[in-house]
Design a protein around this ligand. Structure first.
Ligand code: GDG
Length: 497
């Protein structure tokens, strides 16, 4: 994009959270997360706007005014797309979370292919497109985010929009045998091809997308190789790339080094003394593999008695979608397993094997857990990237700790040379890897963690924003290196016993 080309960011949620206070007035909170902190300076610098849903089904002119004044403070325009309760139900809870989320995470048995969800998805995407069209000119670059808004470019083209439009998918893209279950598969692929640039987290996601195109559509041409390639389909040229998202490494490092975080981390070691701390941090979600991780921890205690009293698992579960039966059942299952493990192994007045936290942590507390943990155990069945893995490494200032990571997290493609990769379904394999991490020499721990931190530092969130925006206009597509160590396919390096 030109140096000062206006940027229009479009995401399901605005970068601010709007809540009505007891006095009836709207309160505005800055949204957390790397994406928001990386894009705010770009928007302030180039000018532009952020379009999204303010997150409240309770609409009205006073909410629009609250959104506009939050934008005035932020230094760029904020524009709300208002959704009524039915749209939130059928588009957000329905199509996005009961169809695309499970399907794209390879869990098709959890999908509810309700036709009304698709109709509402199209309506809501049209509403977003209308807001973008009103707010942008042909010279602007429009950047649409994530699976809630895959149809926006198609709706924009139908309105006559000629801007360049890019799309980034934060979750995985499934292989053909999974994707083909979607009743609206062809329409959705055609809709994606209306973007000028499509970004995926990994080469694997990009390969899956291209295989779906090849198997469902005839005459898709592919030119180039490397991080960004060009597709020709139906007289359109579309760039497709893999851009592994990252974190604001320096901000995590700085905050982890504060007195406050160091003090809280020491406090954790004082409460759980003379043992190694293993950490899991996840939103309550069936893709995260939490019950299987607990089973692996139990298996490790059974197979390796020397770990007893010398290791504790801190499992933080952040509440999410609890009103949905699958999530409620998952929570019950996790709590049963924690109870069983503690019941079987706990010693009166002493060691607690699993320290379970159900709730959202403050950022300082989260960083204190990262700093205190000797081993991070991150075992999703499938994950677009997994930022917790990168944040853990950034906060591991002493560099004396181990990352155990699922081979099915997008982050594995970049971090496999420093992390211990595992198959999250292989309970005994994960247990053995936990033992390996526990007994690893200090030299190996430091060598691996240094390598991980270097790769994350060198390709942080600012690198990610810059490489996506450059890929939209670059003349020479061969000049897009992947972060250090990225491989097309991550493979575990443990040998099952
Ligand atoms: C998508 C994809 C992809 C977690 N617990 C607390 C807390 N967190 C923060 C972490 C981290 C974020 O939440 C979770 O990051 P994930 O990477 O797991 O991603 P999601 O936002 O769920 O979703 C994912 C990502 O998009 C980016 O493209 O990596 O694969 O699913 O930043 O720090 N923060 C606080 N308290 C907590 O208790 N303050």
């Amino acid at each position: 994009m030109h140096t000062k080309q206006r940027l229009v960011v479009v995401s399901n949620r605005l970068p601010y959270v709007f809540k009505r206070g007891a006095d009836g007035r709207w309160r505005t909170e800055h949204g957390a997360g790397g994406l928001v902190s990386a894009l705010l300076p770009v928007l302030r610098d180039r000018g532009g706007s952020w379009i999204g849903w303010p997150g409240a089904a309770d609409t009205g002119p006073d909410l629009e005014a609250a959104v506009a004044s939050a934008g005035a403070v932020a230094g760029f325009a904020l524009k709300a797309v208002m959704l009524d309760a039915r749209a939130v139900q059928d588009f957000y809870h329905g199509f996005a979370n009961e169809i695309i989320w499970p399907l794209f995470h390879d869990l098709k048995s959890l999908c509810n292919f309700e036709p009304v969800y698709w109709r509402t998805y199209k309506e809501v995407n049209r509403k977003f497109a209308e807001a973008v069209f009103e707010d942008s000119g042909a010279a602007d670059f429009v950047w649409v985010h994530d699976y809630h808004l895959m149809n926006v470019a198609a709706e924009l083209r139908a309105l006559g929009c000629r801007s360049k439009v890019g799309f980034f998918l934060h979750i995985p893209f499934p292989p053909p045998d999974i994707f083909f279950n979607l009743p609206w598969r062809l329409t959705l692929l055609n809709a994606l091809l209306q973007y000028d640039l499509i970004g995926f987290q990994t080469m694997r996601d990009r390969r899956n997308f291209i295989q779906c195109l090849r198997e469902l559509m005839s005459g898709v041409g592919i030119q180039g190789k490397g991080q960004v390639i060009t597709l020709t389909a139906d007289h359109r040229t579309v760039r497709v790339g893999s851009f592994p998202i990252s974190i604001d490494y320096n901000a995590f490092l700085r905050q982890a080094a504060t007195e406050e975080v160091a003090h809280r981390a020491q406090e954790l070691h004082r409460l759980l003394p003379k043992r190694k701390l293993v950490l899991g941090v996840d939103r309550l979600d069936y893709t995260k593999g939490i019950p299987q991780r607990l089973q692996a921890f139990r298996t490790a205690l059974e197979r390796y008695p020397e770990l007893r009293e010398r290791i504790s698992l801190i499992q933080v579960v952040v509440p999410s979608r609890e009103e949905i039966p699958e999530y409620h059942d998952l929570k019950t299952r996790i709590e049963q397993l924690v109870g069983q493990i503690n019941g079987n192994f706990m010693r009166p007045g002493g060691w607690v094997p699993v320290w379970y936290v159900y709730g959202s942590l403050s950022r300082n507390d989260l960083l204190a857990y990262y700093r205190a943990a000797d081993i991070a155990l991150i075992t999703p069945f499938k994950d677009g990237m997994n930022l917790v893995a990168k944040e853990y490494c950034a906060c591991s200032i002493e560099e004396d700790c181990v990352l155990i990571l699922s081979e099915f997290a997008g982050a594995a493609a970049q971090l496999q040379r420093g992390a211990l990769l595992v198959n999250p379904y292989d309970i005994e394999g994960v247990a053995d890897t936990l033992h390996r991490a526990f007994t690893m020499s200090e030299e190996e721990r430091r060598g691996r963690m240094r390598r991980l931190r270097r790769s994350i530092r060198d390709s942080d969130i600012f690198w990610w924003v810059d490489s996506f925006l450059r890929a939209a206009i670059a003349k020479d597509l061969s000049a897009f290196p992947q972060p250090e160590g990225v491989v097309a396919e991550a493979v575990p390096d443990y040998v099952p016993i």
